[in-house]
Write a protein that binds this ligand. Sequence first.
Ligand SMILES: Cc1cc2nc3c(=O)[nH]c(=O)nc-3n(C[C@H](O)[C@H](O)[C@H](O)COP(=O)(O)OP(=O)(O)OC[C@H]3O[C@@H](n4cnc5c(N)ncnc54)[C@H](O)[C@@H]3O)c2cc1C
Length: 472
Amino acid sequence: MENALARQGDQSEGVDTDDLLIRLRQIVGPQGLLTGDDVRSRPNQSWGQGSCPARAIVRPASTQEVSEVMRLCHELRQSVVPWGGLTGLVDGISCSEDDVVLSVERMNAIEHVDAEAGVLTAQSGAVLETVQTAAEAEGWLFAVDLGARGSANIGGLISTNAGGNGVIRYGMMREQVLGLEVVLADGTVISSMNEMLKNNTGYDLKQWFIGSEGTLGIVTRTVLRLRPLPRAVQTGFVALNSFADVVRLLKRLGTDLEGRLSAFEVMWRNHYHFLTEESGKHQAVVSAQYPYYVLLESSGADAVAEEERFMELLGALMEEGTVADAVVCQTSQQAKNLWAMRDDVETLMQATAPPAVFDISLPIREMEGYIDRLEVTLAEQFPGIRLLVFGHLGDGNLHLGIGPAHDRHAVEALVYEGLEAAGGSVSAEHGIGLEKRAFLKHSRSPAELALMRSIKDALDPSGILNPGKIFS
Ligand SMILES: Cc1cc2nc3c(=O)[nH]c(=O)nc-3n(C[C@H](O)[C@H](O)[C@H](O)COP(=O)(O)OP(=O)(O)OC[C@H]3O[C@@H](n4cnc5c(N)ncnc54)[C@H](O)[C@@H]3O)c2cc1C
């Protein structure tokens, strides 16, 4: 990790640590600064691994304090790594011993819910689940949801433009953000706390920061768009005989549910069979012998009509042969069990240890051929290696769990090279961080990369914000 983060001519090396800590403490107070073992006990990589080697963790309590911290770090050319809930999966929070961590963990307030307009204002350290609960209490839905909901922060979700389970209906994090407050590398506060859906007054500045992984600014506050809370949710699980049937099913549900399809999560047989029959961790709800499975969700307003439509549609799809077998959840617990199976990344990580986990996107028409080819090449080059495939297929996004990946780089090269030929992307939703920066060139042209670098240089000319992430 130290090698991955080594930077030429790093200015932070010359900063006197004692002087820095005194001045940071003057800004945030003793509560706001962690040093020594309190820093080392925090992780330095994805999945809570490693030990943080940073000089200090500074924990401001307000935008004003973030601004003063950044002004000081800018003056000293001190590098800063922003931290949210540490659930990111591409080592975007990793530090070297020269860095200071800026954690927004003390800025976690839900400031306001406008129950008439469906707008929620929060500080960036607010945890996703807390935001979801606060919205629901006022009769609204905050539409981004993912397995790490108990820890991921709104600021982290914005900075990675997180996707999750409801993208097919509600879009990614970018589609939920109406307004943003950001502190730039030099301490300037940019407050664009817009509440309207429409606002075409020049450049939409918030878009630069959404998905920029802490390399362009520190997200401090945000205005989020809420959606009408569905009163009726139908969940089903279906088995299919071919990939062509999966594609047909997606199209039919899109049309026949009239925009109420809220999840379409696919599992290749290897994944479903592993989670149910092999690991025994989850109960099989249909036979594990089919090649494909889909976890479906439809959300609407009228419970009776929604159920009738869902059952009728699945019945018709079975009769015509698109769906081979199906179950419809009768209780919310049954639905929870299905989602727990879908979200069980831990069992997958154990079975593929040391694992290589991928988050790719590619056109749906390319998916079957790409996975078939990858399966063959992996088996040829790494006999005994396991490939598990699942993901948000409706969004063109597949997750791959591959392992044991003793030669991780060779496995990555196989996955990404085949992907470029299929017109895919090395990251659908997790971002680049450190983990994928060597492979960014597979998905972005030299002209695109040059423009990204110019934006970085314009906003952070000293390169102090999350150095080494996205670009080397
Ligand atoms: C079990 C599990 C399931 C997941 N499922 C999904 C999924 O379905 N879809 C998906 O997209 N992701 C998923 N993720 C990944 C992860 O949850 C998201 O990337 C999430 O958005 C990270 O939020 P965080 O607060 O933990 O950010 P962190 O991990 O703390 O940080 C992530 C990046 O954002 C930067 N950052 C954090 N806070 C700020 C801030 N305030 N200002 C500027 N930069 C900041 C960091 O420097 C880092 O580069 C999953 C992760 C886990 C562990």
